[in-house]
Ligand binder design. Structure first.
Ligand SMILES: [Zn+2]
Length: 393
């Protein structure tokens, strides 16, 4: 552990303090005994979810951002596993099943938000499956969800809501105000203001009504949040993910009992430059956040909900990875397959396993091939929590 941490530090020119070995790896406290071997515990967990950011996208993001492989910050983390993402009935996952599996430890069907596989998208409900965020609320931790996408979109929704259809934003978003455990998600920052507003209006509601009913303002911009508000809800048209995440972390770090922070950044490479640049920026944010937390008590996990059809199959050092991108973009074509000089994009989700990278207490359980539901267990174990008995369909 120590050697690996030092290797990371030299690779990335990071300060040693940022990557100091966890306390449990240091000299044992007064009486070394069997108890000293206890499972390392995390007070805080931060989950970074690169939506559609599979192994090929991590590889290509390093090439785009740095002209070399293995230059992303997370690629120096000491624990790596390959997380299998399929739903119960298909080979390829969407974000709804992918994130639900990570957050609840229960695989379900595509389109379904944190419900058991008995759910059928748009047709019938399954049992709600309890999310890690709900466990965190039950245990009195502070919780936050930040996303570049709609705050009611499948990935963030799977943390705080239960629905048989990911598109029911007017039904999903209000669930953040009617929590099943604790006082519900404390910090919620995302986009989708227009569409969520329209769906709530169609159901006879709206931001104002919801806000009044729960005495909780819903801001349209992050900079409208007063310093006195420790539980802000921001639903914008566009989100500055870095600013939002730093704000959320500031608020969570005041929590005496610890926190759960979930950050999603879109990494779909339908538009390959945009998607890969998002991964580069996300990775920089991860490095920045790591510099603000204590790895002795904070587990950091970076993964994806599913992979995406992207392959680098040519190119050389010193030349642009995305040669031909501007010409392709100018055509305005929306083809399923995009052929650039060095990259082929099959613009759809794909079935191969995604990387799960981790550092901090409990991170060593992230290794080998495993179903994505294992990540739920990794985070629960890090907190030292036992899941409730499994729901019956
Ligand atoms: Zn996704």
């Amino acid at each position: 552990m120590l050697k690996r941490s030092l290797a990371c530090a030299s690779l990335l020119s990071l300060s040693l303090s940022m990557l100091a070995p966890a306390a449990w790896a240091q000299a044992p406290s007064p009486k070394p005994s069997a108890a000293a071997k206890a499972q390392p515990r995390a007070k805080n967990v931060i989950l970074f979810l690169a939506d559609a950011g599979g192994v090929p996208s991590i590889n290509a993001a390093s090439l785009l951002g740095y002209g070399e492989p293995l230059k992303l910050h997370v690629q120096a983390w000491p624990n790596l596993g390959l997380s299998e993402t399929s739903p119960v009935d298909h080979f390829v996952s969407d974000s709804a099943n992918g994130m639900s599996s990570i957050m609840t430890g229960v695989k379900t069907r595509n389109g379904v938000i944190s419900q058991s596989p008995a759910a059928e998208r748009g047709k019938r409900d399954g049992q709600p499956t309890k999310t890690l965020l709900e466990y965190a609320e039950q245990h009195g931790l502070r919780t936050a969800v930040v996303t570049s996408e709609s705050i009611a979109d499948a990935t963030p929704a799977a943390t705080y809501a239960h629905s048989n259809d990911r598109k029911k934003w007017g039904e999903i978003f209000p669930q953040a105000f009617a929590p099943r455990f604790g006082d519900g998600v404390d910090v919620l920052i995302g986009a989708g203001r227009k569409e969520i507003g329209e769906q709530m209006a169609a159901a006879g509601g709206g931001f104002d009504q919801l806000s009044k009913a729960h005495s909780r303002p819903i801001y349209a911009q992050l900079d409208q949040v007063p310093a006195s508000n420790a539980r802000p809800v921001v639903v914008s048209d566009h989100v500055d993910v870095r600013a939002a995440t730093l704000k959320a972390l500031d608020l969570l770090q005041a929590s005496p009992k610890g926190y759960l922070l979930v950050v999603e950044w879109d990494a779909h490479t339908d538009d390959v430059r945009k998607g890969l640049q998002n991964v580069v920026d996300f990775d920089k944010l991860v490095a920045e956040i790591q510099g603000r937390v204590d790895l002795n008590d904070t587990l950091m996990l970076f993964t994806a909900d599913h992979s995406f059809g992207l392959q680098v199959d040519d190119g050389r050092r010193g030349e642009p990875l995305l040669e031909g991108y501007d010409a392709w973009k100018a055509t305005g074509k929306d083809d399923h397959l995009v052929r650039l000089k060095n990259v082929q994009i099959n613009r759809t989700h794909t079935a191969e396993e995604v990387a799960a990278l981790a550092i901090g207490p409990g991170a060593e359980a992230v290794r080998g091939y495993f179903p994505n539901t294992h990540l739920f267990k990794v985070m629960m174990d890090a907190f030292g929590w036992t899941p409730d008995p499994a729901v019956k369909d």
